[in-house]
Design a protein around this ligand. Sequence first.
Ligand SMILES: [Zn+2]
Length: 135
Amino acid sequence: MKALVGIARLPIEGCGMGWETLDYAHVGWAATEFPDGRISVGSEAGGTVVVRWGLEDQEPAGLLDGRDAVGWRAVCECDWRGPLWTRVAADGEHNLGLRRVYADPGPYSDTPDDVEDALMREWEGHLEPPYLVMS
Ligand SMILES: [Zn+2]
């Protein structure tokens, strides 16, 4: 019998809410992205904890105000990154089909629920197909 490896939705230390495969090969989360490319890994009193993407050792590289974010992106510790969901300035430009999001992330970079669900689906899509194990 083959069975799909489960995917858990869980709080990941330092990363807020994230997703991981049960074999821990992939650990992803909905990151908020800032103009200089830094991405969120969580929040703490005063703002959003960000790191520079791609460093082996992702030490926190600052504390930013989520209201300065340019958008959201699904990321994974395997170095995969999904497309950017661009934050737009006006309600009328909001279009999830075009990955355009009108939302205020607040200082702690909250990801809107519907965007987070879409990011999770994108993240699931990057898993090696078919993501199967013998059981
Ligand atoms: Zn991955």
